[in-house]
Write a protein that binds this ligand. Sequence first.
Ligand code: ADE
Ligand code: ZN
Length: 343
Amino acid sequence: MVSPTISDAIRTMPKAELHLHIEGTLEPELAYELADRNNIQLPFSGLDDLRQRYKFTNLQSFLDLYYQLMSVLRTADDFRDLVLAYMAKANEAGVVRSEIFFDPQVHVENGLDIDTVLDGLLSGMILGRERYGISSGLIPCIVRDKPVESAAQIVESLAHRSDELLGLGLDSAELGYPPQLFSDVFDRARDLGLHLVAHAGEEGPADYVKQAIYDLKVERIDHGIRSVEDLELLEILKERNIPLTCCPLSNLKLQVVNKLSELPLQQLITSGVQLTINSDDPAYFGGYIADNFDALADIGFTLSQLARMGENSLRAAFWGETERDNMLKQFALWEQSHQALLQ
Ligand code: ADE
Ligand code: ZN
């Protein structure tokens, strides 16, 4: 177990969370509270029964429960409260910047107006800034196992509020849904001035990471751990300075690896790839961002290695130069005050 000193240092280190699905922060208690508020009958016999279901064998087995529970989100207040609950946890974990994913196609299919979703999320983000000083941005994700036309439609329905969005992402079931399917959709998002990211190389092959880079022209890769299977790709990630947003506890829970030490993180670092550490869907995977850092400390990562990943996250975030520079200064102060632990 990581020592209290290291754990405290991890929690005070200023960091950006760059891979976080807001629907994946829905804790079972809040799911029940929202279901009650919205007169929705959940198909479980109670909280304990629901908690029993948080055992996953692969990405799809998680996605089934994740999409099912999303049905409790009905109003702008629900989305605001979800964001606020996350912000409180993120604040305790030392998050100063959060770039938040959500799945608009699912909410629209559940009968919600896209503006209700955006209004709720954005009001939670404003309150998060006021209460905790956390800067944030919104990244809608294309649900890649839905038809390409649905992806194109959702981007059009978001276009009128593109100035309130940070980027466009690509998530959901990876295998069989290669990034290149969505190249026109991502072209449109780029024309709207959005940053581009995509999940690739989580369960899918290294070639999907290449497609995300060449066909979608993404600036960051979400997960990307299977990039180690292609030495040429490692060189591309390094040369183009394309960071990976890694999520160790997610990979463990979804059985991408059997134990954390099987993750190729050291190999990626040695290859010169910029890694960041993130929580993905913390309510489902047993830990928020600082718990992911703790888990790496437990398998032998030093505080200075973890600090590099924290610093990488501040550099890889899509924020203005002034905000980034201010936070890097704050990060340098944290380093100074933890020098003894960073030897
Ligand atoms: N949606 C939420 N979490 C995801 C993950 N880890 N991979 C793909 N899609 C997701
Ligand atoms: Zn994810």
